[in-house]
Design a protein around this ligand. Structure first.
Ligand SMILES: *[C@@H]1O[C@H](CO)[C@@H](O)[C@H](O)[C@H]1NC(C)=O
Ligand SMILES: *[C@@H]1O[C@H](CO)[C@@H](O)[C@H](O)[C@H]1NC(C)=O
Ligand SMILES: *[C@@H]1O[C@H](CO)[C@@H](O)[C@H](O)[C@H]1NC(C)=O
Length: 652
């Protein structure tokens, strides 16, 4: 095509005018890459409707963005979930499988060098100014806050243990400096004020920004009694929200405290129907969770107001999610997370930004390990994502729909390793215990929706969530489903140890010769093929990952003359009963020897004063940093392994 000189001239003039307009409105030169803000709460459920009680999340995110209904945490507990997200990997690849040492926590994260190659560093390479405010991960504490300072952040204000889970105490290390505390302040409000300040700060830097805001709400509150024992209670709301929602109750869905217990693997079969007193306690815990989220909701409003004021709103993606979900009474469970129920794994995920449909719901299936790749795609930094990353790019916009590294089409695994089920506030007395080591595969499409699980006790679960959304009918023992189960089991063989591409397209491992097989539906034609697989099995119940314990391995997964049938698949095996019994005995022994923190450590803990009365009457103004006080050096110089005093036994 021939372009006339005058047209070319007009085009150039047009381009110049556009550039001038851009410069005039942003006050910056050619800032093209979008900003990304990630709001990330702790233990917030999607399935118990917590988002419905957050008017600003509704107004600014749900109505103006897309809600992804099928977004999942693939391990439903803090540290493993967060590390997986930061690295774009399943927990079986990070090997951070617990919240506490020896299999989890900040020190193991560093020992395994996971913090040397992860999302914030990739974002910096893509030209981003990276910022973090709030809770990073378990065991980042007053002793190791600069050993090392978390890498990859241009500016970071991290909550430090042992104060992280105390709403009326706000203790932060800023950029690895000596921790400071804010007296008589409500922790979420300090995070709110810091978010406002961060937006002012990043505006002055001539780079797109990434801002991760991670409030601890609605996590349970830790209490350290004067006799040195530690426990948790439900969240403490800001004073101004303490009386909200007086009549609200946990949704009474069909699986809430059922008359008949149908979820029966491991400890589940021994859970008794909850009595009305307990239900009242759980309802109050539910209300306190919603109350504690109100301060987060106010933060969301400020965030959008500030982005608008700064003229950045149209060039910013705002993403809202939580590390894992939470349950209260479903299938008779005591308050907590860590299970394979939808309440614990299906998490809030809302995105607003350029090109993201407004006011829509999406059924795209995605997981936390997809977020790193997705953020990097938004940041136009695909080349900085290492090839070992498991996750793909969630098609948030039309542009991302054809990304060469798509998310797994319809399936993902959920993993856990623990010798105990976790019950917040009720350990060690009320809740029945047993091993909580399992693998689950979820397959979700328009046509079907299945959950299949294998427990270390040998028990198995199969639910058809299309017809049975509350998982009330375990179909595993039903021979009619053998063809389905053998596919799901084979899929789990792959997903339990997948790496990189095999996590995004597990069927390629199962059908190496036939690239047309991409879904469960496609795989249903190959009956003979699937009778040859060995089934997923544990040698024993362990609270950590070793590949030898979890067979079969890919490459060794054919059972040459094997037949997959239900002969040896009875749900309740003697073996499983023995496992549960052993846990009961172990717990009974532990109960006798309650771990008490030595009084000198208890005194140490008290060096940061707890507010004398309710706090959080109002959000601090711009001058809040004036009230930051250094944490006493005595506390910083005494190495206390808080984990040794049951500090993390209550889950985080
Ligand atoms: C410690 O104090 C708390 C609160 O008063 C009490 O519930 C708990 O039983 C005490 N524990 C021990 C071991 O004395
Ligand atoms: C994970 O860590 C455990 C405990 O440190 C170790 O025994 C195991 O070999 C590791 N597993 C893998 C797959 O790296
Ligand atoms: C395979 O078949 C052979 C011969 O029928 C039999 O001896 C062997 O036990 C079978 N192996 C398995 C794993 O079933």
């Amino acid at each position: 095509m021939k372009i006339s000189r005058s047209l070319l001239g007009a085009l150039t003039l047009f381009a110049w005018t556009q550039l001038l307009v851009v410069s005039a409105t942003t006050g910056k030169s050619e800032k093209k890459k979008p900003n990304i803000v990630f709001i990330f709460t702790d233990d917030q459920d999607y399935r118990m409707n917590s988002l419905d009680y957050m008017p600003n999340v509704q107004k600014y995110l749900v109505q103006e963005g897309t809600t992804y209904k099928n977004h999942y945490a693939t391990i439903a507990v803090c540290c493993p979930s967060r590390v997986g997200l930061l690295r774009g990997q399943y927990a079986h690849n990070t090997n951070i499988t617990d919240v506490l040492p020896p299999f989890g926590g900040y020190e193991r994260f560093n020992k395994l060098k996971l913090g040397e190659d992860y999302l914030p560093i990739w974002l910096q390479k893509a030209g981003y100014n990276t910022n973090y405010i709030g809770k990073l991960m378990n065991e980042y504490d007053v002793f190791n806050y600069n050993k090392p300072t978390p890498r990859g952040f241009d500016y970071q204000e991290q909550l430090v243990d042992p104060y992280t889970y105390i709403y009326n105490t706000a203790v932060f290390s800023v950029n690895g400096q000596t921790p400071v505390y804010y007296k008589n302040a409500y922790q979420t409000d300090i995070i709110h004020a810091k978010t406002r300040a961060a937006l002012d700060r990043v505006q002055k830097v001539d780079k797109p920004f990434f801002l991760w805001v991670a409030p601890m709400a609605p996590h349970g509150q830790f209490e350290i009694f004067s006799n040195g024992t530690i426990t948790t209670r439900s969240p403490v709301p800001a004073a101004r929200h303490a009386n909200y929602f007086k009549d609200v109750k946990i949704p009474r869905a069909p699986h809430f405290n059922p008359d008949k217990q149908v979820k029966t693997a491991s400890y589940w079969k021994d859970l008794e129907k909850l009595n009305p007193t307990l239900i009242e306690e759980f309802d109050e815990a539910y209300r306190n969770r919603l109350r504690s989220l109100q301060a987060v909701d106010e933060l969301v409003e400020t965030l959008f107001e500030e982005l608008e004021k700064l003229g950045e709103l149209d060039n910013t993606y705002v993403v809202y999610s939580a590390d894992n979900g939470y349950h209260l009474g479903q299938h008779r469970a005591y308050p907590g997370k860590c299970t394979n129920m939808e309440e614990d794994i299906n998490v809030p995920f809302i995105v607003r930004g350029p090109g993201v449909p407004k006011g829509e719901e999406s059924h795209t299936v995605s997981s936390h390990h997809d977020l790193a790749s997705t953020f990097m795609a938004l940041a136009q930094g695909d080349q900085f994502v290492p090839s070992w990353v498991d996750g793909g790019v969630i098609p948030l916009t039309k542009d991302l729909e054809n990304h060469p590294r798509p998310v797994s089409k319809e399936s993902f695994a959920v993993e856990f390793w623990s010798m105990e089920n976790y019950a917040e506030n009720y350990f060690p007395t009320n809740a029945r215990s047993g091993p909580n080591t399992y693998k689950t595969v979820r397959v979700i499409s328009q046509d079907y929706n299945y959950m299949y699980a294998v427990w270390c006790t040998g028990e198995r679960e199969l639910y058809n969530l299309k017809t049975d959304p509350y998982e009330l009918n375990n179909l595993y023992d039903d021979d009619a489903h053998i063809q389905l189960t053998n596919r799901l089991d084979a899929l789990l063989v792959v997903l339990k140890q997948c790496k990189a591409e095999s996590c995004r397209n597990p069927w390629k491992i199962l059908h190496p010769e036939d690239v047309s097989v991409k879904t469960l539906k496609d795989a249903l034609q190959f009956d003979d093929h699937y009778t040859q697989f060995k089934r997923v099995e544990y040698k024993e119940c362990l609270n950590y990952l070793t590949s030898q314990n979890e067979s079969p391995q890919i490459g060794n997964h054919f059972n040459l003359n094997g037949t997959f049938n239900s002969d040896h698949t009875r749900l309740h095996t003697e073996k499983s009963d023995q496992f549960v019994m052993k846990s009961f005995i172990k717990r009974a022994e532990e109960q006798k020897q309650t771990i008490v923190m030595p009084s000198e450590y208890h005194e140490l803990f008290k060096l940061v004063p707890v507010a004398s009365g309710p706090v959080g009457h109002e959000i601090p103004d711009q001058n809040f940093e004036k009230f930051a006080m250094p944490v006493p050096t005595e506390l910083l110089e005494t190495e206390v392994k808080w984990a040794d005093y049951n500090f993390y036994s209550y889950g985080n």
